[in-house]
Design a protein around this ligand. Sequence first.
Ligand code: 89Y
Length: 339
Amino acid sequence: MEKLKFAIFGTGFWANFQIPGWQELEGVQCVAAYNRTRSKAEKLAQTFGIPAIYDSPEALIANEDLDFVDICTNAETHLPLAKMAAEHGLDIVCQKPMAPSLLESQELVSICSAQGVKFFINENFRWQAPIRKLKEVMDSGVIGTAFKARVSFCSAFPVFDNQPFLAELDHFILTDIGSHVLDVCRFLFGEAQSLYCTTRRINKNIRGEDVANVLMKMQNQMTCFAEMSYASKLEKESFPQVLVSVEGSRGSLALTHDYTLKTTTSGGTVSEVIRPKVYPWADPEYAVVHSSIVDCQRDILKGLKGGEAETTGADNLKTVELVWKSYESAEEDMLIRLD
Ligand code: 89Y
């Protein structure tokens, strides 16, 4: 079967892991790279053997024979680049956050639907091996009916060293990590019915908020507390793991440091370690995320080939809504009811 051909738009930090992530999969090939700074596209192309480079997205689309584009530029450019690709009938894979606002995200999903092109978000945290396992154990019924959960990403990792632009964002942690954490909440527990959020900026050297706490009542009546922070100097650093605890009518689950999943029932506690697959190209500090990129992109590839995939644009729009309703709640100091 012919390989699906794609171009990568944006050759920054994450492209260096998404490209080798695609290269782990059969049936897909990166044929061109675009960056507005040509030398950056050249560097990525050399590292990963990408045959063509461009500093103009228009020229790339005009010259290359593509099936889809993988957009991993800054969020501000997602909508115009995706629009351009959709108008040429190309399917689209796009990084999170989908766009810098809820309105633009809605527009992006509408454009792809109107143009009849497939649209997926590279939302990979829900694909982390320990999180998949936690869901499997929870869905097996061993802890009974879940009634309460805490989903936590609290860290002091020097995130601005690798991604300095994050320090310039007016809206930081909810768009950056909140997109992942709130998506994990939806993946595990379904949709939210209402939410209340508080935010803070602790690090005075950045523009946006670096702490957010979102308390949600889920449609299944669970209470879910999502907490995220890049200002938390804790005894044990957990970056980039999402830690989860779930309490149910017959027991509880705790996904703790070092990928350890503890299942407690009246029979006692069973502990297992769910190690992610470590790829040679992965940065050890991000290992669990880099391995989830492969699993996420495998699922998206299935979607691109006509199957069902989880992280469609339409699905991810519900995560984007949680992000922006959280900002609204924090600004108004108000409980927000969701449709
Ligand atoms: O940008 C973020 C992401 O998607 O995963 C971790 C990160 O790199 C920093 O918060």
